[in-house]
Write a protein that binds this ligand. Sequence first.
Ligand code: UD1
Ligand code: CA
Length: 458
Amino acid sequence: MTNIAAVVLAAGKGTRMKSEKAKVLHEALGRPIAYFPIRAALTLDCSPVVVVVGHQAADVEEGLSAQFAGAPLKFALQAEQLGTGHAVLQAQEALRGFSGDVLILAADVPLIRPDTLQKLVEAKQDADVALLACKAKDPKGYGRLVRSASGDVSRIVEEKDATPAEKAIDEINASIYLVGAKFLFSALKGVGRSNAQGEYYLTDIVAKGRSVAVLAEETEVSGVNDRAQLASSGQQLRQRKNGQLMKDGVTLIDPSVTYVDEGIEVGPDSVLEPLVSLKGKTRIGRGVRVGQGCVIVDSEIADGAEILPYSHLQDAKVGSRAIVGPFARLRPGAQLGEQAHVGNFVELKKTVLGKGSKANHLTYLGDAVIGEGCNIGAGTITCNYDGANKHQTTIEDGAFVGSDTQLIAPVTVGKGAYVGTGCTVREDVPAGSLAVSAGKQRNIEGWVEKKAPRKKSK
Ligand code: UD1
Ligand code: CA
């Protein structure tokens, strides 16, 4: 049990995003940006983590709760945004009885690392406040650290309240703090709003006790305030994620154009070609090759499978050493057995394709259960929908379905049966038999010479 709680500030409006959606719910690496600092706090075993919400409070609470089922997350409402000090005060009720240290961070700093937060824990010792600061190339707009002659942090002055001499300070407040709970709430009670912005500044607590600063990298503490910063934070998070994948033994042909969402696992010796997107709850096994331009959402790909270029998979399961694509579409409920093959322009929905079965060309298989070792010819279509209801097609082990076949569901093709080319299968085909539905072929001799329409000669 650690004795750290966290307060994450997420009540602000995020005006510069120019969005209907709350800023902290905008996504990077497939997660709301607030996910990342909250995750960092949870990695440090902070409990509880109190998220202060205000603008679009209900949406933010719902969006973040969905990310952290089972985590010690609490929400506190700041109905009116009267400043960062006021925001932290709203968490007091949720922290009633807590007497350890409180980690305070903004919800819009997705790049903050647990290791850096840990440095605050080490630096604080018996100080009242440990805060993250950094040397900024362009400090304009930030709060500046005012140090005493001895080098201690004596206070923080906001840009709008700073004298020209203070504006020249390049050490800025990153707005990430570790503060003793008792000191925090008693100091906040004494913070007023007689400043340039008429706000309750959290930064005013710094002057009310002994404060120490830890220097961090500027990029790590930079916030997301607009779409450009959202994109650059996303890019850096992606670099981290891709770097980790490579460390774990995954080959990325070009990591700058490989998009793997946060939380996705890829097994060693897998290869991700350029422009691959792996999203949601996708899991990729060992030795899997994912070809250029594939989009894989919420799917499981077993060891040794190969997903050839430009395939789209969603809520699908692909067995080991199966081959999918190029240009295949696996829709929700598609399930491929070991070594099954699904080729170009083949669509599967709610369909099980058994071990070693093949559907290699131009085919739609929906609501079907296909056994092992079956061959589904080019242009096969399961007619699963009668305009009102969906019906199932069953194809048993070893069956052979000839090209250009329509299977009108509900229908069953028995074990080892054959369906002739161009067949419209309306009735069950018993095991071991051949189904044909087309009439006998007739050839009309000499027809071309006598009857064929002729082009006008010029
Ligand atoms: C704050 C710091 C400043 C620091 C800068 C770093 C203060 C007074 N100043 O300034 O020293 O350099 O961050 O980015 O704290 N928020 C609320 N409720 C409020 C106000 C803010 O929840 O009433 C949240 C915002 O949503 C945001 C965070 O607090 O996540 C910081 O607020 P912001 O207005 O961006 O603070 P700054 O003025 O930039
Ligand atoms: Ca800010």
